[in-house]
Design a protein around this ligand. Sequence first.
Ligand SMILES: [Zn+2]
Length: 391
Amino acid sequence: MFRTIFLIIGFLAGMVGHAFAAEINEIRVEGAGEYTRITLAADGELAHGIFSLSDAGMRSIAVDLHDFQIDDAANTPPPAGAVTTYEVSSKGIAFHLSHAVTVSRALNIGPTVSDPRHRLVIDLVRVSPDRFDRDAAVDVDRRAAFGGGQVPEAGEMAVASLPQAKQVIVIDPGHGGHDPGALAADKTREKDVVLKTALSLKAALETSGRYTVHLTREGDTYIEHEDRVTMARNWGADLFISIHADAAANHSVAGATVYTLNTRGQSRVDPVSSKYGWRLPVEDGTSREVASILTDLTKRETKTNSSIFAEILIPELASAGPIVRNSHRQENFFVLLAPDVPAVLIEVGFLTNRADAARLASADGRARSAKAIARAIDAYFDRPAAHTAVN
Ligand SMILES: [Zn+2]
C-alpha cells in the first residue's frame, strides 16, 4: 500500500526526471525500540537502492547510491535505534544493525519551504530474524541489478527500493481467556469457534507460500484491543482480519457480515493513534506540510483498501454459506483503527442461529469460511491495480 504514496510524493515533490550527482551533507539515524529512521539529506536527488544484507552473521541495511559524494561535514549524532554503526564505501552506505529490521517506508522528499535539501527518509521496523533473512535472500539479485546500473526513474525509485517480501496477513481471533464472547444454545463459545476458524484460515493461507501469517492469539488468552492493533503494525501487516461470531435475540437471523470502519471511527484514528504510539513514520523529521499530506493519503488509502477487500470478500463468503442482508457494514470497532493497515472485522455467522451454529461447530463448515476468506485475500493482492491504484 505504501507504493502509491511514493508515486504521489514523486509528483508532489516536483522531482526532476533523472538522477544526477548529489552531495550528501547530513546522515542522521534516530530511533528507539521498534522504530528507526535514517535520513540522508543532499543537495540533489539521491538515486538509491535499499537492500537487506546478511554477511557472515552481520545484518545490515545497505543504501546503495549512484553518483554521489559525501560532504566531510556530514557529521552526525551517534546512530540510534537498530543501527549500531555505519560504513561508507564507494557503493554507498551500509548501516549495521543490532537486530533484524525491514524497510517499512522509504520516501524521497524534495525541497520544501522549511528545508531546501532533498531528503531520503528510510523507516525501519523490527521484524523476526527469519523475515530479515528472507528479505536478504531476495535482495541479492536486486542489489546486483542495481549495481549493474539500473537506475529507476524518479517516482519509481522508492518503489524499486522496497524489499519484495511476502505479504503479511494478521488474523485476529476475537475475545479469548476471561472473555468468551457470544454463546450458542449448546454452549459453544465464540472465543473457541473464532480461534479454530483463524487457525483454519492460517493453514489455508500457508499452503500457497505467498504469505507470512500471524495470529494475535494462538491459544485461549485475552489480548487487549490496542495490543492486537499494535502487534499487527509491528509485524508490518498488509491486511488485518478480525474474526468474530455474532449473536442476536432473534434466532432466525443468520449469515456472515463484514465490517469496515465507519465515519465516527475514522475520526478516532488520529487521537487513538497518538495515544497508543501508532506513529506514521512520516510524522516527524519531515516538514509539517508534507507530513500532513502523507498522513491523509495513508489514512485515505487504508480506508479505500479496507472497503475494496470487504467487497471482494462478500461474494466469496456467500459461496461458502449464508450472508446477512447488506453484508458490508460500517462500525466504530477499535481493532479497525490502525491508520495504515487495511482492516476488516468478519462476523462468520450467528451462534444464536441453529444452522449457523452447527456450521461453525464443524471443522468442515469452518474450513469453507476459511477458504473463502483465503480466496478473497488472493484476489485482493492479485488486483492488477494493487500496486498503483490511487483513490
Ligand atoms: Zn465478537
